[in-house]
Structures are given as C-alpha cells and as structure tokens.
Write a protein that binds this ligand. Structure first.
Ligand code: HEM
Length: 410
C-alpha cells in the first residue's frame, strides 16, 4: 500500500473544503438513493463527518492493530444507522452500502483531482477502501452474534430537576451491557440525529438506565422540554475507554471532579464501587450556585450507604467523601470555589487516579489546573465523547462542539 500517495492525494482533495463533502453526498444519494434515509434530514452542519473520517482512516492504514480495532468497533457501531425511504420501507445499513460509499468516494477523488487521478492511484484507493470496509464488516458481523443493531428503550420515569435539566429512566427492550463511565449514542426517532448520553447508574438487574440531560442544543432541549413517559429512545453501542478504566490501580486513592451533568458517569462509577470493593473515593462536585448541584440528594444518600461488601462492625463505612462546592456562595455554608481548587485544598493527590467530567471548557480548565499543580497527565482520566474520530482524541484536545470542520489534514 502506497500510504504516501494516499495521503498526498487526500490533502489535495482537502483543498476543495466543504464542496468535496457536498459532492460526495450528492454522488452517494444519486447512486444509492436509499442511503439518504440513514442520514439526518438537515446535514448543513455535519455533512463532512463521514467523508472526513473516511480519509483519516484510510490514510492511517499503516497504524496496524490500533486502526483494525478502531475500524472493527466503528463497523459494529454503524449497525445502528437506519431510516425510512420514500416508499416507507425501513433501510438498515448493510454490506451493499459499503460498495456504494466506496464508489462515491472514488468518484469524488476523480472529480477533484482531475489529471492527478491516475489508474495507479485509483487502484491504491480501491484497495485501501476495501481493506477498511472489510475491517468494519468484520466488526459488524462479530457484534451481530451478541447484540441488536440498537436498543429500543421506553421512558419509564421522568423528573424535571430544573428548567434546563431533566433526569429520566429508560427500560431497553434487551439487556444492554455497558461499563460504568461509558456512554451510548441515543436518538429520538422524531429528530433522527444521534448524540451521546452517559448512564448515571451502575448496571441494574432490571436493565434500566438513568440519564441526566441539560438543554444546550436542539436534541437536549427537546429532551428537557418535550420528553414524556412512554416515549421511545433508540440506544446504540456503549463507547468510551477512559472513565470506565477507573479501577486500573485499585490500591491508589481515587479523586473525582465533576461539573454540571458530568456528574452522571461518575455516579455510575461510584455506584459500582459501592456495590463492589468500597474503595475510598473523594468526589468534588462544582457549580456556580447551589442550584447547579441538581443531584445533591442522590449523592448525599450514596455517600451514606455503606459498601455492599462491608460486614457490619468490621470497618469504616465512610467510603465516599462527597464535597459539593460553589463559586457564588450566597446562601451557602459549604465549600466555596471552583471544584478543582477545592479538590487541591483537600489533599496533594500525587499518588491518586483522578477522573474529571464536565463540559469541554470545565474539563480543559480543570485538567490545566491539575497539571500546573504538578499532577501528571497519566494520572488524569477524561472522556472526549468524540468516539468515532480517528486517531482518538483526549477530552482536552476535543473540539468544544460536535460540529466537525473539514481539514483533511492529519
Ligand atoms: C469505510 C467505510 C466507512 C467509514 C470509515 C465511516 C466512518 C464514519 C464515521 C467516523 C462517522 C461519524 C460517526 C458519528 O459521529 O457518530 C460516520 C457516520 C455515519 N456513517 Fe459512516 N463510515 C463508513 C461507511 C458507511 C456506510 C457504508 C454507510 C451507509 C450509507 C455509512 C453511513 C453513515 C451514517 C448514516 C453516519 C451518521 C452521519 C451523521 O449523523 O451525520 N457509513 N461514518
């Protein structure tokens, strides 16, 4: 495989900017109109996601095992894409679609590269695309043996905790196995776009999942304002490897720093610890005002619940030190300041694993402060929620919004 030739031609295509993405999708939808149904109705802001990722992945073929693992997982995840075509038939992503996407990709390269698109280069691109498509199809076939393409989950409980925050529980139609700290792509069939949500609970015997959502965009605002008991949400395959690796060194102290609905995945981890080892944890939850501490009651209750494995009278049942902190202390007699500053006041944490979860801005600022206080990058676990980007990005490097820009460069 001539990776250098693939990369060079890919960067030549990138010069065309969003026009290349428009051409790619126009070609795809002409060759294979049924694929249109799988994409969001309004693709203005996200139309370069598939094409940009395709290029990055294909021009990374020399990454070996890392790329194979990523493409296998991406293929398994792609099983969730589906939609209703113009005749009202449900179209699910299948093997034939890979051929059409490949044709649209090659057609786009041919159109924009002009005379630089030689038969030799075409052969390189065909072989590289086929290799990646095969990896994705292998991942899809493997996941077919153990999981549905997506789960249909009924809303069984709903609480509006604040005008912009709701907490709801869903019951999926099949058991959905996830690790505490992971997140799942979720779709409201009426909106037809996918966004990531993190369960706030450790896996339960009845399979139900609790989600916390703050209204920040169209999808989340719809959930907060319009979701009702009995509605159905579709859930894709669980993703995320960082927060869920919280137990990689159980002998170390564990510090968690949360902001906003970033509390949710950390609460799932805490519930798992309470049900398991009862390992000591310090959780600092920050807000601007006391009103931001929307999950305060549940966390207080969790902190007062002894670890399941602790036999009465055999040890200290105060396994969780829960420290809420606010920046604007009016009407508040607890800790004051940003969550990270409060956490640094509570201990030195040189030997701790530190989980950080909040908005991208809060996460970046928190990790920056930890580093400038001498804590090492490898101590800190964060999740980027851009699980489909190759090469994978750290939360601190992820874009603030999910509107990917077309750069075409590595
Ligand atoms: C080698 C082949 C492919 C690669 C590398 C690839 C890669 C990607 C990536 C990375 C995303 C972003 C996912 C996300 O943000 O959640 C994506 C989205 C998507 N892909 Fe693929 N894909 C491939 C083939 C296909 C095929 C064959 C189809 C079927 C037509 C397809 C349909 C979609 C759809 C519907 C989306 C969601 C787009 C959106 O919500 O904006 N992909 N793809």
């Amino acid at each position: 495989m001539d990776i250098a030739a693939l990369r060079q031609s890919w960067s030549q295509l990138a010069v065309a900017g969003p026009e290349a993405a428009r051409f790619f999708y126009a070609t795809l939808f002409v060759i294979a109109p049924e694929t249109r149904a799988m994409f969001p109705p309004n693709m203005q802001h996200q139309e370069d996601k598939l094409l940009a990722s395709l290029g990055h992945i294909i021009t990374s073929l020399d990454d070996g095992e890392a790329l194979t693992a990523f493409a296998n997982r991406l293929g398994a995840d792609h099983r969730r894409f589906h939609g209703e075509d113009r005749q009202g038939r449900m179209v699910h992503l299948a093997e034939r679609h890979y051929m059409w996407v490949g044709q649209a990709l090659l057609g786009t390269l041919e159109h924009f590269l002009g005379p630089r698109w030689t038969p030799a280069l075409k052969a390189e691109w065909s072989a590289a695309y086929e290799a990646v498509a095969k990896m994705m199809l292998t991942g899809a076939a493997e996941s077919e043996r153990s999981a549905p393409p997506y789960w249909e989950a009924e809303v069984v409980n709903l609480e509006r905790r604040r005008v912009d925050i709701c907490v709801f529980t869903v019951r999926p139609n099949y058991l959905c196995n996830y690790l505490p700290g992971q997140s799942l792509p979720a779709q409201l069939p009426s909106l037809h776009t996918w966004r990531y949500l993190s369960p706030a609970n450790a896996p339960r015997a009845d399979g139900t999942l609790e989600f916390h959502v703050r209204a920040t965009g169209r999808f989340s605002t719809h959930l907060v304002r319009r979701l009702a008991i009995g509605d159905t949400l579709l859930l894709g395959h669980p993703m995320g490897t960082e927060l869920s690796s919280y137990d990689r060194a159980p002998h170390r102290p564990l510090l968690m720093i949360a902001g906003g609905t970033g509390v949710a995945p950390l609460r799932a981890v805490l519930e798992a610890i309470q049900q398991g080892s009862g390992r000591p944890v310090t959780l600092v939850v920050g807000g601007r005002t006391p009103d931001d501490l929307y999950d305060h009651l549940a966390l207080t209750k969790l902190a007062a619940t002894p670890p399941a494995g602790l036999r009465p009278g055999t040890g200290d049942d105060r396994w969780l030190r829960y420290v809420p902190t606010v920046e604007n202390s009016w009407g508040w007699d607890g800790e004051v300041g940003r969550a990270v500053d409060t956490a640094l006041r509570l201990g030195s944490w040189n030997n701790a694993d530190i989980l950080v979860c909040g908005s991208p801005a809060m996460t970046r600022a928190t990790v920056g402060t930890l580093h400038s206080n001498g804590l090492r990058a490898e101590q800190v676990l964060t999740e980027s929620y851009d699980h489909t980007v190759y090469p994978p990005v750290k939360a601190t490097a992820a874009p603030a919004s999910r509107d990917f820009s077309w750069t075409g460069s590595r």
